[in-house]
Ligand binder design. Structure first.
Ligand code: PMP
Length: 409
């Protein structure tokens, strides 16, 4: 044709393709362990009680309306979001931070990428963990970064390849961007320990790289918002080894508030002391990018989350809701491991299922096993062997264990 250059049809997105196959499957006992969304013990989406209460309160607020937000978003949301991820008691860090509202975590990563691409004087190399969330690659490649990877998961030991990670930090061009999962690493469910984090941050500082934290699961991993921001606090506090580089944080409320489709997120750029004067300029440039891309962000979810973060009773309810989700997932990990180990005596060691944290377990099942799980048992997980543990419940965990046992033997 004379209108478009070659437009090739692409294969469906692997995760959303899996969702489509699952929906079409007519087996009544099928199990969805694909997409990373929390399900309750009946396998149903869960509207958090804190969210329900905040929505009711919001609807009754005098003057409630659906007007446009400002370009940088809903200010009460943006400032409360910064306090929750950065530790609100640390005024020094908050004063060095520029924050704007974004289209959830993905929009935050994309905005961070556009901003860095335009203004960062460092290397064009951007390092992702191997493996990582499938979307990271294309988000940054599409902006023009030279996307590389650092070793993370050691498949033999099912633990962190710390030496490989530190080596990659040492060998990367100075001032490279390193994307770090703040907690609940996707897809492996494996987080560095506190000691390992301090080595990683020391090395990041030594080689002057820019840390870009992706925080999509704060509160989801341990059930505690404070625990799950450990790495970010360690990187941004006064005692951090990182003194000269800015630190970027991409924050999502999709999972920890169960607000997946409302696209609630924020971008925070924490500046070193000597760059604080750049705050107004940075904010204005972020605003310009936002104005071009989306004009202004969506209001509803940000208003709901702001209420939860600001209202003492709602906040308390939220912390309880987080524990409900984290504990249910932890109990499913234990059940699955126990069934495989004790009941079915499935070959191999399954302790990693319990040791891992957050939404996912990197099961160690290979592509062929995953295919057979889907074909023969109606149990759906992505081909890497990553299982969304939130898809397990008391009614299906036994069946899933039995199916895994069958494909492993
Ligand atoms: N980062 C990671 C590691 C994720 O797992 C996800 C969601 N799966 C996101 C970012 C982005 O999620 P959202 O855009 O829905 O906030």
């Amino acid at each position: 044709n004379s209108y478009f250059t070659e437009i090739q049809e692409l294969p469906p997105d692997p995760l959303f393709g899996l969702k489509a196959r699952y929906s079409k499957d007519t087996r009544t006992d099928k199990v969805d362990l694909g997409i990373g969304a929390y399900r309750d013990n009946n396998g149903k989406p869960w509207v958090l009680p804190a969210v329900q209460q905040a929505e009711a309160k919001l609807a009754k607020t005098p003057g409630y309306n659906h007007e446009y937000l400002g370009i940088a978003g809903y200010e009460p949301f943006v400032s409360s979001a910064a306090k929750i991820i950065l530790n609100g008691d640390n005024k020094d860090v908050l004063e060095r931070t520029v924050s704007v509202q974004t289209l959830s975590g993905t929009g935050s990563l994309h905005l961070a990428g556009l901003f860095l691409k335009k203004f960062y004087k460092g290397s064009n190399a951007l390092y992702l963990s191997l493996p990582t969330w499938a979307n990271h690659n294309q988000v940054f490649a599409s902006i023009g970064f030279d996307v590389k990877s650092y070793p993370y998961w050691d498949n033999d030991t099912k633990s962190l390849d710390l030496n490989g990670f530190l080596n990659a930090i040492a060998l990367a061009p100075p001032k490279s961007v390193f994307l770090l999962h703040a907690c609940a690493h996707n897809p492996t469910g494996l987080d560095p320990t506190k000691e390992e984090w301090s080595k990683i941050l020391e090395a990041m500082s030594k080689y002057d790289h820019l840390p870009l934290f992706d925080s999509a699961y704060q509160g989801f991993a341990s059930g505690s918002l404070e625990n799950d921001r450990f790495a970010i606090e360690a990187a941004t506090s006064a005692s951090s080894p990182i003194k000269s580089s800015p630190i970027i944080i991409c924050q999502s409320f999709a999972k920890n508030c169960g607000m997946y489709g409302e696209r609630v997120g924020a971008l925070h750029i924490v500046l070193p002391k000597d760059l604080v004067d750049l705050k107004p300029a940075i904010k204005s440039q972020l605003n310009k990018i936002i104005r071009c891309e989306i004009s202004n962000p969506p209001a509803y979810g940000a208003k709901v989350v702001a209420l939860i973060l600001e209202d003492k009773a709602l906040y308390k309810q939220w912390t309880e809701d987080l524990q409900v989700m984290a504990n249910r997932i932890k109990s499913m990990r234990v059940k699955l491991r126990d069934l495989l180990t004790n009941k079915y005596k499935t070959p191999g060691n399954w302790d990693h299922i319990v040791d891992q944290t957050g939404m996912f377990s990197f099961t160690g099942l290979n592509k062929d096993m995953v295919e057979r799980l889907e074909r023969n048992h109606g149990v759906y997980l992505v081909s890497s062997g990553r299982a969304s543990v939130a898809g397990l419940n008391d009614s299906n965990v036994e069946r899933v264990a039995q199916a895994i046992d069958e494909v492993v033997r």
